[in-house]
Design a protein around this ligand. Structure first.
Ligand SMILES: Cc1cc2nc3c(=O)[nH]c(=O)nc-3n(C[C@H](O)[C@H](O)[C@H](O)COP(=O)(O)O)c2cc1C
Length: 164
């Protein structure tokens, strides 16, 4: 993979997150976790190119995002869909997800990503915030939270991007 600038990411973010999905990964090769996510995006904030993603506190990956300063987003070709389905329906709390996914973890840039990815975005946590139901302007949003386990939004400053 070679490093590219965020400005050279030539993909539709709605498709990339919403239909292709991503793996959010944090930790070290010895101790990391990964999970599938389809909510997120890219943008510009303060003086930075950023990405944002949303993780429920119940996810095992949440602990790794909390403990580590960096995380990665790995995006894949369609042939890895089954690995993404696996990482989105099993928890690292009770399974060795990295082994089960069949993907190859790479530790670099202070985090872990996957060798098979076609695009990797390495992020430094710069801000987080938990959704506050008082601010839901559409009452239908509450239906996403029968357990009141509101997502934590992580804003990541983009450190570098890697393209395969
Ligand atoms: C397509 C898809 C998209 C998902 N998107 C998110 C998301 O954006 N945020 C989230 O908290 N969970 C999301 N999930 C659920 C987690 O991936 C799932 O609960 C996973 O098993 C958590 O693993 P962990 O406990 O090892 O962290 C998604 C699952 C799938 C299948």
């Amino acid at each position: 993979m070679k490093e590219i600038s965020p400005a050279d990411i030539r993909v539709n973010p709605f498709k990339l997150f919403g239909s292709d999905w991503t793996l959010i990964t944090a930790g070290t090769k010895k101790s990391c976790n990964t999970m599938t996510a389809s909510w997120g995006g890219f943008g510009v904030l303060w003086d930075k190119n950023v990405c944002f993603c949303f993780v429920r506190p119940v996810r095992h990956t949440y602990q790794f995002l909390e403990k580590n300063d960096r995380f990665s987003l790995s995006f894949f070709d369609e042939k890895y869909r089954s690995a993404l389905n696996y990482c989105g329906s099993n928890s690292g709390r009770d399974t060795d997800k990295i082994a089960g996914s069949g993907l190859t973890p790479v530790e670099e840039f202070g985090t872990v990503y996957f060798k098979e990815a076609r695009l990797v975005v390495i992020c430094e946590k710069i801000y987080f915030e938990d959704f506050d139901p008082k601010n839901f302007r559409d009452p239908k949003i509450a239906a996403f939270y029968p357990l009141k386990d509101y997502h934590r939004m992580y804003l990541g400053g983009i450190v570098t991007c890697l393209a395969g």
